[in-house]
Design a protein around this ligand. Structure first.
Ligand SMILES: [Fe+2]
Length: 312
């Protein structure tokens, strides 16, 4: 059996179509989807239509699916979430809401478990917290390449505390996403697979639709990481022509910045927004639209100088 493993599509239907075309060319037998389907790029309803039609699929929910019923509001912080969810039909939301948090099944005698976050498998270890936002802490002298990022993962995996978590697990395949970093590793028959992000890769590598092929044959497990490059500036031009750009410009510009650098920016921006709000004595959360936009204006002017490692 060969599966396409996909996660973190985040409304990016063009990237999803590319990944699925590549998977079809590799003659996959089925599809495993690990959550976060709708928020950030403006094509949530197209993404859900594609997912609902996928044959031989097993699909779980991610943390974004917790915002399905986000109500009206006048803050700036959640305007993108509000806009993306407003494009979904009631049927789409019901379908998304019915997805399980976790799944376990067996394929050719191999146990396969799926959850959006690796925390479900390895607890609140550093692994769960390993996001590209922490990289400046790892690399005070310069930028992180994908190779540096993977070497840090390897160091993390060698830690005794992490080995204890892993070896407490039964053998099998463990599929998760969430941090948008494409990785996989085999720990004595415990195979961790993070296919990265189809719609918003953040692993300091090449921009493109990331996903992984998982093959199980005669009890043997193999993984092949795939990344399908495409024209990101063309994607940005398409997004600018949608209502999302008008309705949620700040969030959408931050997404553009993440696409252009393949690095996380949201957490740094939220941190900056906290600092800015404190400086003007604004304790409203979620952030007011005026605070959100003023903080972004400052961020857009200075982020390159404050976080040079994010702009290589
Ligand atoms: Fe995500």
């Amino acid at each position: 059996m060969k599966f396409a493993v996909l996660s973190d599509i985040h409304g990016n239907a063009p990237a999803l179509r590319l990944a699925l075309a590549d998977a079809a060319a590799h003659c996959v037998d089925g599809y495993l989807l690990a959550g976060d389907y709708c928020i950030s790029a403006p094509w949530a309803s197209e993404v859900v239509a594609i997912l609902r039609d996928l044959p031989n699929s097993r699909i779980i929910r991610g943390n974004d699916e917790a915002h399905l019923d986000i109500g009206p509001g006048d803050d700036g912080q959640f305007e993108a979430s509000r806009w993306c969810m407003s494009t979904l039909s009631r049927e789409d939301k019901t379908w998304l809401d019915g997805l399980p948090e976790e799944l376990t099944f067996t394929c050719e005698g191999v146990s396969i478990r799926m959850a959006h976050s690796s925390q479900v498998f390895v607890g609140k270890s550093l692994h769960e917290k390993f996001r590209t936002s922490v990289l400046p802490g790892f690399y005070p002298d310069g930028p992180a390449s994908r190779e540096e990022l993977l070497s840090d993962f390897r160091r993390l995996w060698e830690k005794e505390s992490f080995r204890e978590y892993i070896h407490a697990l039964p053998q099998g395949v463990y599929i998760f996403g969430h941090n948008h970093i494409q990785t996989w590793a085999d720990f004595d028959g415990r195979v961790l697979v993070n296919p990265g992000s189809v719609g918003m890769p953040l692993d300091c590598g090449e921009f493109g639709a990331a996903y992984s092929l998982l093959t199980i044959e005669d009890g043997r497990i193999s993984v092949e990481e795939r990344r399908i490059p495409y024209d990101m500036e063309d994607l940005i031009a398409q997004v600018k022509a949608t209502g999302q750009y008008a309705a949620a410009r700040v969030w959408t510009e931050i997404i553009f910045s993440e696409w252009r650098t393949v690095r996380e920016k949201v957490y740094q921006f939220l941190h900056h927004c906290e600092r800015y709000a404190a400086s003007i004595g604004d304790d409203r959360r979620p952030f007011a639209k005026s605070t959100w936009e003023a903080a972004y204006a400052e961020w857009a002017e200075h982020a390159r100088e404050w976080f040079p490692e994010l702009f290589v």
